[in-house]
Structure formats: structure tokens, C-alpha cells
Design a protein around this ligand. Structure first.
Ligand SMILES: Cc1cc2nc3c(=O)[nH]c(=O)nc-3n(C[C@H](O)[C@H](O)[C@H](O)COP(=O)(O)OP(=O)(O)OC[C@H]3O[C@@H](n4cnc5c(N)ncnc54)[C@H](O)[C@@H]3O)c2cc1C
Ligand code: FES
Length: 261
């Protein structure tokens, strides 16, 4: 698996909400080989605090050698990153991990919860390119309109219809995105591509199993090295033993993982 350490320039920093940021980085080497579902490890500051790079999904690439990430400020690393300045350089390692495997025979359904929406835009674009006749269905959920609305716009720009759910009912269905998924007629041949909180991915996986849909999930465990060297990210496998979510994943076939409620 090829991975590159690249000194990337911050091209744009957009504050989408009070705590969600979109960062555009110029990284021609990484952008040219990245696949949907892969991630990067970013050094968030120039000091040793935090010492470890932080993982982020690649949310889209562009032909001018850039890629974007979408992130929520939750702690020291993401806070530092949200204050970087345009023109500044950041050290980035990537693209890392195994991304989504696009099934060209089955209709794609992209299911994202919260910041798990981040990798699905890149995936949606790739599915449209590979299977122009099979328009993907998009189901997205978040806490409220403020969090979800700016993320939906990118899918709408691709001409994709988004089925939305929010916890407080301020946008789309009032409740769980699994309610929305269950109400859709996805036909008998469907592959769901999922990313989000564990509880939501478990519910989606169980529903997909009952419907005989395929289901691929992106597992965002905490990661220290991002390269299979530290055992910090292991997940139990259905066949026994463990997998590294950083190098065997983050995307797994849901049936290959052990699910605990
Ligand atoms: C493969 C992968 C892809 C990711 N992609 C994205 C993305 O596209 N956008 C995004 O916003 N975030 C993403 N994350 C999560 C992101 O890496 C963390 O939010 C970030 O590392 C937090 O760093 P921090 O220093 O700000 O917070 P820390 O101080 O490290 O942690 C602050 C709080 O966040 C919690 N936390 C840290 N990492 C995670 C995690 N992986 N899952 C759940 N809770 C966590 C901690 O337990 C703590 O409570 C991804 C994680 C992985 C493993
Ligand atoms: S993060 Fe170190 S082995 Fe996966």
C-alpha cells in the first residue's frame, strides 16, 4: 500500500458551523492516489503537544492537487487545526488504510451519521463515475439542522437526493436515520456504505443483514500510528483474532466484525 508523507499547504479554512470546519490542503501526491474511505494522519501543530498525528477521512479530492477534510472540534488537536492559517504548511501522512470497495452490480446507499458523513462525498462522486446508471441513495443524520444543512449541500450539488434525519426534527425526519433507511425502497440488490457512531452502524448492519443487503462500515477507532505498528486500533473479527482498523480497515465488510450492542 503506497503512503506518502507530504508537506501540505493550507489553501482554505472554512468555518461551516460554530465547531465544524472544512480544510482544503494542497497535496498533489496524496490527492492523486487517494480512494474513498481512506484517511490521512495530520500533525495538528508545530510543537509536541499533541504528540500524535490525528486521523481524518478524506472528504474529497480535486484535479488541482488538493484534498479536503471535514472535522468537528472536540479536543486539543482539532482545536489547533481549526486555528491554522491559509498559506501555512502541515505535515500529512496518507492516504492510509483500505477504503470502500465499490460494488458496480448493486445500487449504492450511502449512510452517514454526524462527522461520519465526511468520507461519503468522495465515495458518492466515485460511485457516480463508476456506475452512472445506478444513482446512489444518500441517507444522512445529525443532531440538528445547524450540523446537517452545510454537509447536505455538497451532495445536492452532485444532483443526489438526500434523505435526512435529525435528533430534534429541525431538518428531515425527527428521529433515527435507520427509520429513514427502513422506509426507503432500495430494491433487492443494494450495497450500503456506512460511517458514523458505533450504535448507529450496529443498527444499520442488523437491518442490512435482515434485508440481505451488503454492508461496508468505516470503523473510526482511536489511532496512534495509523500504520499497523502500535496495536492501538484493533477490532475483534468474526473469524477469530483481531484486525487493525488503520491498515486492515478502516472500512470492513460488516459481516467480518464482531458486533456488541
Ligand atoms: C479513520 C478515522 C477517520 C476519522 N475521520 C474524521 C473526520 O473526517 N472528521 C472528524 O471530525 N473526525 C474524524 N475522526 C475522529 C478524529 O480523529 C478525532 O475527533 C480527533 O483525533 C480528535 O483529536 P483531538 O486532539 O481534537 O481530541 P482528543 O483530545 O484526542 O479527544 C477529545 C475527545 O474526542 C474523543 N475522540 C477522539 N478520537 C475519537 C474517535 N476516533 N472516535 C470517537 N471519539 C473520539 C476522545 O475520547 C475525547 O473524548 C476520524 C477518526 C478515525 C480513526
Ligand atoms: S493505529 Fe497503530 S496499529 Fe493501528
Amino acid at each position: 500500500m503506497s503512503q506518502i508523507q507530504e508537506k501540505t499547504q493550507v489553501i482554505r479554512l472554512e468555518q461551516l458551523t460554530s465547531d465544524i470546519v472544512r480544510l482544503t490542503l494542497e497535496a498533489p501526491n496524496i490527492a492523486s492516489i487517494a480512494n474513498p474511505g481512506q484517511f490521512v494522519m495530520i500533525r495538528t501543530g508545530n510543537s509536541n503537544d499533541p504528540l500524535l498525528r490525528r486521523p481524518f477521512s478524506i472528504s474529497q479530492t480535486s484535479s488541482d492537487g488538493c484534498f479536503q477534510i471535514l472535522f468537528k472540534v472536540v479536543g486539543r488537536g482539532t482545536s489547533l487545526l481549526s486555528h491554522c492559517r491559509e498559506g501555512e504548511y502541515l505535515s500529512v501522512l496518507g492516504p492510509l488504510g483500505r477504503g470502500y470497495r465499490i460494488d458496480t452490480q448493486r445500487r449504492a446507499c450511502l449512510v452517514g451519521g454526524g462527522m461520519g458523513i465526511a468520507p461519503l462525498l468522495f465515495l458518492g462522486k466515485r460511485v457516480l463515475r463508476k456506475c452512472p446508471d445506478l444513482r446512489p441513495v444518500v441517507v444522512l443524520g445529525a443532531k440538528n439542522r445547524e450540523e446537517l444543512a452545510p454537509l447536505i449541500d455538497d451532495f445536492a450539488a452532485l444532483g443526489l437526493k438526500v434523505h435526512a434525519a435529525t435528533d430534534d426534527g429541525s431538518l428531515g425526519h425527527h428521529g433515527l436515520l435507520t427509520d429513514v433507511l427502513k422506509a426507503l425502497d432500495l430494491g433487492s440488490r443494494c450495497m450500503t456504505y456506512v460511517c458514523g457512531p458505533k450504535q448507529m452502524m450496529t443498527a444499520v448492519h442488523l437491518f442490512c443483514r435482515s434485508m440481505h443487503y451488503g454492508c461496508q462500515v468505516s470503523v473510526e477507532t482511536s489511532m496512534a500510528c495509523g500504520m499497523g505498528a502500535c496495536l492501538g486500533c484493533i477490532v475483534p473479527l468474526e473469524k477469530g483474532g483481531y484486525g487493525h482498523s488503520c491498515s486492515d480497515g478502516p472500512v470492513f465488510d460488516a459481516e467480518d466484525l464482531v458486533w456488541t450492542l
